[in-house]
Design a protein around this ligand. Structure first.
Ligand code: ADP
Length: 242
């Protein structure tokens, strides 16, 4: 039977992460099921990026337990926050997307036919087929973000970790991006874990919310988050600032 327990991909219990022996995030107890859309929210410095880094294994677990169920290397795609190096990347769109497959290649010198097909598919999913040969750095901000999303999608077998995917984009482009993320989730069955400042947009997309403030303030459905005390306070604070 396809129970909630059997669909669990990620289980965290009293988990903590930190730097140089000093915890910055502790007491995390939450789970992510196959097909979930989880939004991680919180003020600046609350530990959102630290959590993503921890889940990616870039920083060690300081305490507690994190368990992945049925996940293998290459199942997770990651979209980091946009930085200036990426903006100036002098490569064709297709090359940028294909490079997302690097983590699956090991030491093999060439990309395989499957790598190229995955890159083509994720470009098509993003509506970028016609820009395949365009130069990445000449694209608009919204197009660039979609290319980087296509890159992480090409890498993702089952889960996408997104760090502020919509930040810095105008509201129309943000909305398009959320629609694409929704299709990635519903049509491809990819689980989405997303950090976002754009709380209202993210809540429209997300089924679940994890609210951090150095510790876990809330974990549950987006609907119950709106009614909760941390949800009401945070939504009120961020009103109009997204
Ligand atoms: P958020 O993503 O919510 O803005 P971060 O996860 O970036 O928060 O940061 C959480 C805390 O960890 C902050 O106090 C920040 O200063 C600290 N921190 C982040 N990265 C490092 C690092 N590489 N070394 C030491 N402290 C860090």
């Amino acid at each position: 039977m396809d129970t909630a327990v059997s669909r669990t991909l990620l289980l965290c219990e009293n988990l903590s992460f930190g730097y140089e022996g000093r915890p910055v995030l502790s007491g995390l107890t939450f789970s992510v099921a196959n097909g979930d859309r989880l939004c991680v929210v919180g003020e600046n410095g609350s530990g959102k990026s630290t959590l993503l880094k921890g889940l990616l294994g870039l920083i060690p677990v300081m305490g507690g337990l994190v368990k992945t169920i049925g996940l293998k290397p290459g199942d997770i795609g990651y979209l980091p926050q946009e930085n200036s190096v990426q903006k100036d990347f002098p490569a064709a769109v297709f090359e940028v997307v294909l490079s997302g497959r690097q983590n699956r290649r090991g030491f093999a010198p060439f990309y395989t036919r499957a790598d190229k097909a995955a890159a083509e598919e994720s470009l098509a999913m993003m509506g970028l087929g016609s820009l395949k040969s365009a130069c990445f750095r000449e694209l608009s901000g919204g197009q660039r973000r979609r290319v980087l999303l296509a890159r992480s999608l090409a890498a993702a077998g089952r889960i996408l970790l997104l760090d502020e995917p919509a930040s810095g984009l105008d509201p129309v482009v943000q909305n398009d991006l959320y629609k694409i993320l929704e299709r990635i989730n519903t049509e491809l069955g990819i689980t989405i874990i997303m950090v976002s400042h754009d709380i209202e947009g993210a809540l429209r997309l997300s089924g679940k919310v994890l609210h951090l403030a150095g510790r876990q303030l809330f974990f549950g459905s987006a609907d119950s988050y709106r009614e909760s005390e941390p949800g009401r306070i945070f939504l009120h604070k961020t009103e109009g600032s997204a």
